[in-house]
Design a protein around this ligand. Structure first.
Ligand code: AHR
Length: 499
């Protein structure tokens, strides 16, 4: 196969936003306990934060971290997780049928964001709770002192306010599985009133209303229309969640980013229609605050039922293939391409549960395949996102009908004089030769070309071997007369950097 790509520094979509490289820590399985937090682990600091995990989080290049859920937040009392450890109640977590010890809570999480150099995206419970509890959490977190709840925080040893500005108004309230699930009208009213109250305390917050849990939801589209009709003036962003898996159909799976593009376009059109009807100059952005590959494998225990309520069980610990990593790289390509509308995104999740980073209790931390495209894109996407013109052959697949074999996005940092191209080859059968026309950039040279692929596209990293398949220099890359040529192996993700 062959494809042509053209880029021009003046054809920009918008900024590369650091918020695109967010992640998610939920009280789910071992994401918190024996994930980011394990007192007594050989690498743990005095606060119980695993140092090996902190190092990997920094290497991954994570910006914001959503917390504490997820489905978990819809039954959570934030007060349970603050104050002296010995006084914290043990509770059932109904979302994941687990026991929550509350050893780790708000103040530990905020200390962890400092240690990891990340920024919090905090979710309030709008499932079993409402406006009052959201306001109390905000006061406890952000009031400097002199009020009951800010003084309570100070009595808990946290003198300075946390200053959390990024808030999710509940989680997946469109989902019948959600504790406190609501109709769009019920939720839209509650989101609007919660947002209004929160802004009465601190006007300068970024507030995210719940959108759809997937583009397959029967209420998709209508949900966004109704919620935004209620809450348009009060919120800044509407959320989107999407998970993909192979399901014995690799060609469709490899085109998962087509769904993400469709998702963004549909939500943007719906939001703009609501805005037009109310003659509002305001534009609602999208917070893609859960996205990833997720299998719900049978041999990998999902939701527990019955009389067992384990503490931090092994749950949703997907092991990712090379093909999964190609899809993750492609989803990042799509998120960047949509940077004019997607203002924030969170890969779900960070450690152990559907995660790029895995740990063993008391043992090692290691990188999954999906770690690599995330880390490289986060590190080298910079400046402005460029609109790329792609002339690619297409291929038939069951889910989308026809999809392009090649998908790509480019970023240009004019100040640094650097450019990065992120590109996937979705072909199963053969390599694709790419010709990238970069003549509009003048005199450029090749910095590096890395490719992630493997003959066995279902190879998975493990604790024993997480390094035998890594992104490696692509020796076919060559630059002549402003045109780059490169061979992309089948089912591959690549990054090319020019200067
Ligand atoms: O990320 C795992 C779960 O997926 C989250 O708790 C929920 O919001 C979504 O359904």
């Amino acid at each position: 196969h062959s494809a042509r790509i053209a880029i021009d520094p003046s054809f920009t979509v918008g900024p590369v936003r650091r918020e695109t490289f967010g992640s998610f820590v939920e009280h789910l399985g071992r994401c918190v306990y024996t994930g980011i937090y394990e007192p007594g682990h050989p690498s743990a600091d005095a606060q119980g934060f695993r140092g090996d995990v902190l190092d990997l989080v920094k290497e991954l290049g994570v910006s914001t971290v959503r917390y504490p859920g997820g489905n978990f937040v819809s039954g959570y009392k934030w007060e349970d997780g603050v104050g002296p450890a010995a006084d914290r109640p043990v509770r059932y977590d109904l979302a994941w049928h687990s026991t929550e010890t509350n050893a780790f809570g708000l103040n530990e999480f905020m200390a962890w964001t400092k240690a990891s150099g990340t920024e919090a995206m905090m979710a309030v419970n709008l499932g079993t709770r409402g406006i009052q509890e959201a306001l109390e959490l905000l006061e406890y977190s952000n009031a400097p002192g002199g009020t009951a709840l800010s003084e309570l925080r100070r009595s808990h040893g946290v003198d300075e306010p946390h200053g959390i500005t990024f808030w999710c108004l509940g989680n997946e309230m469109d989902g019948p599985w959600q504790l406190g699930h609501k109709t769009a009208t019920e939720y839209g009213r509650l989101a609007a009133e919660t947002a209004r109250g929160m802004r009465q305390m601190f006007p300068e917050l970024t507030l995210v209303a719940c959108g759809s849990s997937s583009s397959n939801m029967p209420t998709f589209g209508e949900w966004e229309r109704i919620v935004l009709t209620e809450a348009y003036d009060e919120v800044d962003l509407i959320s989107a969640h999407a998970y993909y898996r192979e399901e014995n159909d690799l060609p469709s799976f490899l085109a998962a980013a087509d769904d993400l593009d469709y998702f963004v376009a549909s939500v943007a059109a719906t939001a703009d229609a609501v805005g037009a009807a109310r003659k509002s100059p305001k534009k609602i952005g999208i917070s893609f605050d859960e996205w990833n590959v997720w299998y719900h494998e049978e041999e990998n225990p999902g939701i527990i039922t019955g009389g067992e309520w384990p503490v931090a069980p092994r749950m949703e610990e997907d092991r990712y293939t090379v093909a999964d990593a190609v899809v993750v790289g492609n989803l990042l390509i799509s998120l960047l391409r949509n940077t004019d509308r997607v203002h924030s995104a969170s890969q779900a999740q960070l450690v152990n549960a559907i995660a790029p980073i895995m740990t063993e209790p008391g043992g090692a931390a290691w990188r999954q395949t999906i770690f690599h495209p995330f880390a490289l894109t986060s590190r080298f996407a910079a400046g402005r996102v460029l609109r790329v013109a792609i002339d690619s052959p297409s291929y038939e697949n069951a889910r989308f009908g026809s999809s392009e074999l090649v998908d790509a996005v480019a970023t240009h940092d004019a100040d640094a004089g650097t450019m990065a191209l992120f590109v996937v080859n979705r072909a199963l059968d053969a390599a694709t030769s790419i010709r990238l026309d970069a003549t509009a950039f003048g005199d450029v040279s090749l910095v590096e070309a890395l490719t992630f692929s493997n003959d066995d596209v279902h190879w998975r990293a493990s604790e024993q071997d997480s390094t035998s398949v890594l992104p490696t220099p692509n020796p076919t890359a060559a630059l002549a007369d402003g045109a780059l040529t490169i061979e992309l192996p089948p089912v591959s993700w690549s990054m090319v950097r020019l200067t």
